[in-house]
Design a protein around this ligand. Sequence first.
Ligand SMILES: [Zn+2]
Ligand SMILES: [Zn+2]
Length: 159
Amino acid sequence: MTIAVNALAFLAALLAMEGVAWATHRFLMHGPCWSWHASHHAPRRGGFERNDLFGLVFAVLCTAIFWQGAQPGWAPLWWAAAGMSTYGILYALVHDGLVHRRFPLPFRAKRGYLARLAEAHHLHHATHAREGAVSFGFLMPPDIAGLRRRLRERQASPR
Ligand SMILES: [Zn+2]
Ligand SMILES: [Zn+2]
């Protein structure tokens, strides 16, 4: 029973993180926190960008949740924090490694799910401004044709 609860907490947190990442990207990064995120929509100068600070904030938050989850009786929260960090690791590998090539990976996304994911994210980067971008999620990429259509519409009529 305990194992089932912990496994559920892990999976639910892992899945929920895609929604959290989408909402953070859509409403904070392309909103009041644009001054940090703009660095990720501009050519990078040097090894780091100001946008990397978001990763640091998530890591601190996650550490706090791990700490609380390590208290007696809070095991499912510890597993939820493990699900959150697993998302963070996947995000770093795929977003920073596979898509943006910030560190060497032995393969590229040529077809299938990973290629669709990379293309959806490149479409996000087609916009260099706070407004008018599409595709704010990451690990569950929507249909590419639909994204292209929406991007064209937004570029034709900037809000
Ligand atoms: Zn963005
Ligand atoms: Zn990116």
